[in-house]
Structure formats: C-alpha cells, structure tokens
Design a binder for this molecule. Structure first.
Ligand code: FE2
Length: 173
C-alpha cells in the first residue's frame, strides 16, 4: 500500500491572499494554526484521475473565513467536488466575475475548465470535500495571488456574506 500525501497549509501560507495582513500576522504569532489539510490519494488510482480530500478548519483571519489559497489549472481541465462534511462553499472566478456556490454534505459542484477556484468554511465545524481532478492539471497559485478571486467571504453575525471586490488590474463598477 502506498501512503497518501498529506499537505498542511498554515496561516502563514496565506500571506498576500487575505484582506487583513495585520490580523494574519497576529494569527501567525499565536501558533500559526493549520487552516486546511489536503490528503491526496496515491497516483495510479485510475488512469489520469486524481483524488483528494480537503478539510478546512473553522476560523477566520480578522473577519475573513478560513479558505484555501485558490488556484487555476494550467491545462484548463475541469474538476468536481463532493461535499462530505460541514458547510462551506466554492468561489469561482473567470478573471472578470466571481461566482459563489454553497456546499453541504452530498452536494456536488463542477468547476469548469479555466476557472480559478477557492473553497471557504462558512459553518460551525470542519468543512470537507472530495475533489476529483485530472492528474497533472498543474496548479497555478500565482494568478489568484495577483488578481484575487473577485470576492471575499466574511463572517457576518451568525452567518456570512460574500463581498464583491472586483479583480486587481480591472476596472470595477
Ligand atoms: Fe483544482
């Protein structure tokens, strides 16, 4: 049996991606907690098919709820998510417009090829989802770091709100 790969992404790995860098610095100074883990099945599961489970902890950086870094596939392949635990959502961006899809256990979301994607935990517990993707898709994180996702997901009372931010380098309004 081949071991799965486990990647732990901590608060410090979100530098340059969050709305409130000072809140992030405070979080890093207070133990730099794990924001999410990605467990990737060993290759060869099926021809060209990759499988991973991502689990985002409950928490926030300032008001911005814990999220993945977000990426776009270099080969523009599509991806499918199946929510397994908690309440969260998927932010999609085509570089001009952001879209938000809320996910609860059993929900399936399709990410069209070429869209940047980020997931966010908006619930009161951990949020987990299974991702099915093309092996070798090539995750590009720089595009999201540069232009953003077009929206941020913020804590709001007992719930959350999705705030449109526009994309860096583009006129908004
Ligand atoms: Fe992806």
């Amino acid at each position: 049996m081949t071991d799965a790969r486990v990647d732990e992404i901590r608060a410090s790995d979100l530098r340059g991606l969050v709305a409130d860098p000072r809140a992030l610095d405070a979080l890093v100074a207070h133990g730099d907690p794990v924001v999410y883990r990605v467990v990737t099945a060993p290759g060869g599961l099926a021809d060209g098919v990759g499988l991973a489970v991502t689990t985002i902890e409950r928490g926030s950086v300032g008001d911005e709820l814990f999220m993945t870094r977000g990426h776009v596939h270099r080969d523009a392949s599509a991806e499918t998510y199946v929510c397994t635990e908690g309440v969260g959502g998927l932010l999609l961006s085509d570089g001009a417009r952001a879209e938000w899809i809320e996910l609860r256990p059993g929900d399936v979301a399709s990410i069209p090829g070429g869209r940047a994607h980020r997931t966010v935990n908006v619930g009161r517990e951990r949020f987990s989802f299974l991702a099915v993707f093309e092996l070798g898709a090539g995750n590009d994180y720089e595009t999201v770091a540069k232009r953003g996702m077009g929206a941020r997901v913020l804590r709001s009372g007992d719930g959350y709100r999705v705030v449109d931010t526009g994309h860096a380098g583009r006129a908004t309004g």
